[in-house]
Design a protein around this ligand. Structure first.
Ligand code: NAP
Length: 283
């Protein structure tokens, strides 16, 4: 569907705290060019105390939808009047749509984003493998259910604050799939190297030494960092030191989750190839 010159400018944004590092505007511009949409896509920095007010203001001033990033995904879930199945399952949403009747719909596209990146872009099969997720924050909430649906043989969630990992396991306990196992980073010592390690922590980003035992990744491991950067991330440097077979940043996930948000808002799923090639180093 290509729109014509009659297209009205539509307003979208990503809201987070901090948010200035986000490359979502670059990705959505590529998508809008493909669909012929005249779309503005802004960055909104809102501290947690001002999140609801900022959403309300954007909606009242003609905004049509928002992407939600750290630390607002659970707050966005709570303010949604209706929620898509993945958002309800995660208890967190990364996409808000302002419906014509004034209600707010929340969706979570992080899960489908990472599944598409791993299984399509990286051609990596998830069934029957051993997966370790490092971290138990908002991103893990979004990806946990879809990863369990892919039927891994084992799924371990290790976190600095073990209660947060236990809470997530409890949250997913009504799920039809086998429960994941929660543990501390210390308890990973002595476990065999995992097939797939997903870093969903912010560890290392302030220059601190990563607290992960080196034995949990090995020469057959795929180490995937949700973070992305124009430089090698601390986790991917750690993976290289563990001789991991394969590594990837979360750029592909960011692009794929954005394409799903665009589909929800516009009914058009853009080709992700051009954005995937437009890596942070070249963006
Ligand atoms: N590529 C993408 O599309 C995409 C999508 C979503 C998120 N992300 C990235 O994923 C990362 C996590 O996001 P999030 O939304 O889950 O954040 P979050 O809700 O703030 O969770 C942060 C996680 O990191 C852990 N952590 C923070 N500092 C740590 C440290 N120094 N040592 C060990 N663990 C530490 C926290 O542990 P505690 O529980 O102990 O506090 C928690 O598990 C961020 O880098 C974000 O940018 C990328």
């Amino acid at each position: 569907m290509k729109n014509s010159e009659h297209t009205v400018l539509s307003r979208y944004a990503v809201i987070g705290h901090p948010v200035e590092h986000s490359l979502s505007p670059v990705i959505h511009k590529l998508f809008a060019d493909q669909s012929g949409e005249k779309m503005s896509y802004e960055l909104i920095d809102a501290a947690p105390a001002h999140f609801e007010e900022a959403v309300e203001h954007f909606k009242a001033t003609g905004g049509q939808g928002l992407n939600i990033t750290v630390p607002h995904k659970e707050s966005a879930f709570r303010l949604s009047d209706e929620t898509g199945p993945e958002g309800a399952r995660a208890g967190a949403v990364n996409t808000l749509s302002f419906l014509p009747d004034g209600r707010v719909r929340g969706d979570n596209t992080d899960g489908i984003g990472i599944i598409r990146d791993l299984t399509i872009n990286h051609n990596h099969s998830l069934a029957g493998i051993r997966i370790l997720i490092l971290g138990a924050g908002g991103a893990t909430r979004g990806i946990l259910g879809p990863l369990l649906d892919a039927l891994p043989n084992e799924l371990v969630i290790a976190n600095r604050t073990i209660d947060h990992a236990h809470k997530l396991v409890k949250h997913i306990s009504d799920d039809k799939n086998a429960l994941p196992h929660a543990c501390s980073f210390e308890e990973l010592k002595g476990m065999d190297p995992f097939d797939l390690l997903i870093n969903a922590t912010s560890a290392g980003l302030k220059g601190e030494i990563l607290p992960f035992p080196t034995g949990c990744a090995g020469p057959k491991s795929f180490c995937y960092d949700l973070a992305y950067s124009s430089k090698e991330t601390p986790f991917l440097a750690w993976a290289r030191q563990c001789s991991a077979e394969k590594t990837s940043s979360g750029w592909g996930m960011l692009v794929e989750q954005a394409a799903e948000s665009f589909l929800i808002w516009k009914g058009f799923r853009p080709e992700t190839g051009p954005a995937l090639e437009n890596t942070p180093a070249s963006a």
